[in-house]
Design a protein around this ligand. Structure first.
Ligand code: SF4
Length: 258
């Protein structure tokens, strides 16, 4: 039996931002030759690896600030930085963030148990499978499940931002099937500052979201990719990895950067 296609919050967000970008990222294999490493991606991945180890109760190697900093040095990804100086500055910032995160976690009273770190969950939705890789899942004493997502590139986060975040709502939709009798909360932690916000989408609102995602998924899967034309997006295109492909289309011109 043929495997169902998969979609993820990242794929869906890419499609909503620009279908042509989706095409080059996920459909046409030639697109990979144009992808460049990004420092913010390397930075986030390096931090995530350490936070994952710190919160993983099976990992006895990262339980103190010093161990967390050593783990950051070990898992540090150098790709994407424009110079050695920029990379060393980012590493120093990363160490400060890790240190502050570990110290905060040790100070806070334990009100929940981490039951999962960095796990890929799946839920079948019509003709496709929706995948969601969650950073962490905590279980509270009253049985409430809390999905936690780390954001390394921001200082603050609000409840409204969590409520309107497509990925966080996808995670709630997926985990609602895995924990059908539990309340499910979603939280984002801005790891630079420790700022945290929590929201919940459930009931009719979650059902509506499910319907929208299923429709969107069908649109993506049924799309005639040969006929997709690039459309200029002033903020996105100048920084896009695929702009050299798009400028080959008649009528597509990038704005001159000031
Ligand atoms: S350059 Fe613009 S139109 Fe082309 S793929 Fe990138 S975002 Fe889309």
């Amino acid at each position: 039996m043929a495997r169902r296609p998969t979609l993820s919050p990242t794929k869906i967000t890419t499609y909503l931002a620009c279908p042509v970008k989706y095409y080059w990222t996920y459909i046409n294999p030639k697109g990979k030759w144009y992808l460049r490493s990004k420092s913010y991606y390397s930075f986030g991945t390096s931090l995530h690896a350490v936070l994952q180890r710190f919160h993983d109760s099976r990992d006895a190697g990262v339980t103190t600030t010093d161990e967390a900093i050593a783990a950051l040095e070990e898992s540090w990804i150098e790709a994407g930085y424009s110079s050695q100086d920029e990379m060393m500055q980012a590493l120093a910032e990363g160490k400060q963030i890790v240190e502050a995160h570990v110290e905060r976690a040790m100070r806070e009273p334990i009100s929940a148990q981490t039951i999962v770190v960095e796990k890929l969950y799946r839920r079948e939705l019509g003709p496709f499978v929706l995948l969601g890789r969650v950073d962490r899942v905590d279980e509270h004493e009253d049985g409430t499940i809390e999905i936690i997502d780390y954001k390394s590139g921001r200082d603050t986060v609000t409840e409204e931002e969590v409520r309107n975040d497509l990925a966080m709502t996808c995670y709630q939709l997926i985990l609602a099937e895995h924990f059908p009798d539990r309340e499910i909360l979603a939280s984002i932690i801005a790891v630079k500052s420790g700022d945290k916000a929590t929201a919940q989408v459930k009931g009719v609102e979650l059902d509506d979201f499910r319907g929208e995602i299923e429709l969107l998924g069908r649109e993506i899967l049924d799309r005639d990719w040969e006929g997709v034309e690039p459309v200029l997006k002033e903020r996105l295109c100048p920084r896009c990895d695929f702009k050299s492909l798009c400028v080959q289309h008649p009528g597509f011109e990038l704005p001159v950067l000031q």
